[in-house]
Design a protein around this ligand. Structure first.
Ligand code: HEC
Length: 101
């Protein structure tokens, strides 16, 4: 009987920690120089990106490619340069974090 309660408690504590870790990763990876979660900056807000891609099957792959190799023409006139210094592992974490917004 106690297991579900413990599991729920763990999830409630782990989710904010995960979200905070990802925000630190976004800061460390320089993403937040051009992006904000809830408002456009140089690039689109992460919430707008999540809303645009949430129903697409290949959203994770598309965003992974965009972050890794750069992107232009999808959101406006300003292109996003390739984020060559960010590891594939970190890009995957950032994509999951953005799509969960
Ligand atoms: C120099 C500014 C800049 C930096 C740094 C930057 N971005 Fe972007 N980002 C943009 C712009 C501008 C766009 C819109 C590009 C377009 O219209 O195709 C964009 C688009 C995106 C998209 C949507 C791509 C698509 O295919 O729709 C994602 C996801 C994204 N950025 C995530 C990130 C992440 C994660 C980082 C950090 C590793 C990052 N960005 C760093 C400026 C930036």
């Amino acid at each position: 009987m106690k297991t579900p309660v413990i599991t729920l408690t763990l999830i409630c504590f782990a989710l904010p920690l995960w979200s905070q870790a990802s925000e630190e990763l976004a800061t460390a990876s320089n993403c937040l120089a051009c992006h904000k979660a809830d408002a456009p900056l140089v690039g689109p807000s992460y919430q707008d990106i999540a809303a645009k891609y949430k129903d697409q099957d290949r959203a994770g792959e598309v965003l992974f490619e965009s972050i890794k190799n750069g992107s232009s023409g999808t959101w406006g006139a300003i292109p996003m340069p390739a984020n060559a210094a960010v590891s594939d592992e970190d890009i995957k974490t950032l994509v999951d974090w953005i799509l969960a917004m």
